[in-house]
Design a protein around this ligand. Sequence first.
Ligand code: ADP
Ligand code: MG
Length: 705
Amino acid sequence: MSAPDNIVSPLAAPVSSVWGVGGERARLLARLDIFTIEDLLLHKPRRYEDRRKFLPIRELKFKEAATVRGKIVAAGIKRFRRGARSMFECVFDDGSASLHCRWWQLQAWMPDWYAVGREFLIYGKLDDEKKPRTFTHPETELFEPGDDEFVHVNRIVPIHPLTEGLTARVMRTLVWRALEKFEGQMGEPEWCRSQGSGSRVQVQGGDAPALLKPSASNLQPSALFPSRANAVHMIHFPEELTDVEIARQRLALDEFVELQTQIQLRRRKFEASAKALPCGGDNHLMKPFLAQLGFKLTAAQTKVLREIRADMSGLHPMRRLLQGDVGSGKTAVAAVAALMALESGFNVALMSPTEILAEQHFRNFTKWFEPLGVKVVLQTGSRKEVEGSRVQGSGKARIAGPSTLFIGTHALLTGGFDMAKLGLVIIDEQHKFGVTQRETLVRKGNYPHLLVMTATPIPRTLGLTLYGDLDVSVIDELPGGRGAIKTFVRATDKLPKVFDFIHEKIAAGRQAYIVYPRVEADESDKEIKAVKMEFANVRKALAPFNVGLLHGRVKAAEKEAVMADFRANKIQALVATSLIEVGVDVPNASVMLIENAEHFGLAQLHQLRGRIGRGAHASFCILISDARDAEAQSRLKILEETTDGFKVAEADLRLRGPGELLGQQQSGSMKLRFGNLAEDLNLIRQARELARQSLLLDFPRTGVS
Ligand code: ADP
Ligand code: MG
């Protein structure tokens, strides 16, 4: 992340302006993405070493690192007869005992530097069992009377991320020098300056250059923050280890405020330029739709629809994220939202990430909307245009009349159809798409309303950052009358029993999904099971019942046929890859078996599990895994313990980081050095408020949420 504008000048200087950084070191630093002074100052230590423990030499213990202070009483080069091996050794004495220090790489300056009579601070660990007491390659620092500033010893020292050819000591020295020279020129970012007195966040020292010794002893995290300069100092050279977290929070806050400022500016710009199409509707389609739906909307669905209607009849185009756990009934919400726009005379586009899901939506929406006189058109990669059940010629469709719902996959992005009257874009399972794809689709129209839906519950931290430019609605209730889902983790040797169990369930009238990580067996890793290989085994195990096969390489028409048979219970078990992860809705299916479960992410497993528990029957999710490592085991255990998608998502975020959780789209835009998306919800909230206040000073206006 780059620095706020106002502090760029001195810190943007190349890192070579630090004394001791020549061409070679600059090249090494570049490997660590350190190009400027600021990059160096924000190079976050990986860990710290407490070198304050001071001992008389006589009290040194094996295996315990400590610092001693001693005078050199003897020094010299030792050469060994065989080979050219030589060693520099000197003997320190502190009055309690003597200590031998050895360096195997003799450097030309050593004999002069380690001269008899000089006094040093020495940090190291006793070599085991050696007599006399010996340190090999200790860190030392010359002690001169009156000198109380040490970089490498007698303090908590930082160990930074390093690269080959750059030692911790060199890195520490460079950071120290950069701090000495530039710390005083490090100002506060804009948001800080604009802080009024009544603000919840106060910065110690305010604008004053922070040459003062940093101290955090009387600071409360997030109530009183150190100045930015102090924080940078503290993150490298803390007085106490507790300072580190305080400093990190301050620096993370700066990152989050910058991010929030960008998000809010983008939003303002959008609202200033985009005028909303009136899509609130008049209920003339919705009333008959709800009457024939067959169930009553839950209170959560109704609440969310109220929010959506307010948006769609408001001044600015809707930008809303609809979150609802798997099975919470987002499709029905999408349908009602679509009707609002259709009633208002606009077209609607609904994009889903897989063909299977697009087909499913197409079938449902056709059934629901055709009686209302709304045209439903399907456009996927393999099927150019389908309208109702009639296939039209490919190419640009001439759609007459306003009330058309387009359903499709990515093909909607490239499809040459007329979206002039596009009033609403709905994106299902948003986490499968990138932000740019979302934007492309929205730009097709004249600022249509946008509703993105996701069943991967997005932890609140991400909701406020990655999705910060969207308003959020949550369906926080599942429709009633659902059977509970039980989840079990089992080892492979239990498989025969598990298949007996599935056989039993099928015999009782239910259906099952059986999921493998791969399509084809991989020669290099025979442990990971593949659908094609296992298909025959499953058929045998579940005979005489019918088993279908579904994966990405099955042709579209066949996929459709298999899904149709499964829905009609002509097929009782479906062997598949994670292709069926999103959206598939077959309420009679009550068993989900996932082999090699450790190969899936937590969020993904939760999605897969969401395929069952959709009917009134008790459902069972069985995760097969022989993974022995503790992390894999504890991940799977989370699923055994909870069916709450939010808990699963938060655990996933902690374990794997945001990029993994949200797939392709993330990573790029957000390089946080100090901020932690898994932990910093409070900071993010503060940052949002701070960015808002600071923007209000710059552009006073009202009515911005
Ligand atoms: P998701 O939120 O995962 O997309 P779906 O929209 O596929 O969930 O809905 C899951 C199932 O719940 C569907 O079979 C749907 O018909 C049903 N459903 C949705 N809303 C309700 C409701 N209010 N009452 C009863 N069943 C509902
Ligand atoms: Mg869905």
